[in-house]
Design a binder for this molecule. Structure first.
Ligand SMILES: [Zn+2]
Length: 92
């Protein structure tokens, strides 16, 4: 399983902090995240963090780091058209 490098984790924490909306939060103790998951990624505190802003900042960071880009390629694909599944109608 892909695991985020620690140096990127540190950056993620910074981003999360900068995207916080409230000053004091009991859920995350003002860290902006409630934990780190198996992929070494921060789990955002949705109570005080602007998830949209954090995501935007993270995207920018990912784009600056080639080693991250490949792992997050799906992240940037807008959900427009999925693989064209041709439904062969075999009804007669
Ligand atoms: Zn919080």
């Amino acid at each position: 399983m892909y695991r985020l490098d620690d140096k990127h984790l540190e950056k993620a924490k910074e981003i999360v902090l900068s995207a916080r909306k409230k000053k004091s939060c009991k859920v995350c103790y003002d860290r902006g995240y409630i934990g780190v998951n198996q992929q070494n990624m921060v789990v955002l505190c949705h109570k005080c963090v602007d998830a949209e802003k954090a995501t935007e900042e993270w995207k920018k960071y990912v784009l600056e780091n080639e080693d991250l880009k490949e792992h997050y390629s799906e992240f940037f694909e807008e959900e427009d058209e999925n693989t064209e599944e041709e439904e062969a109608s075999e009804e007669k």
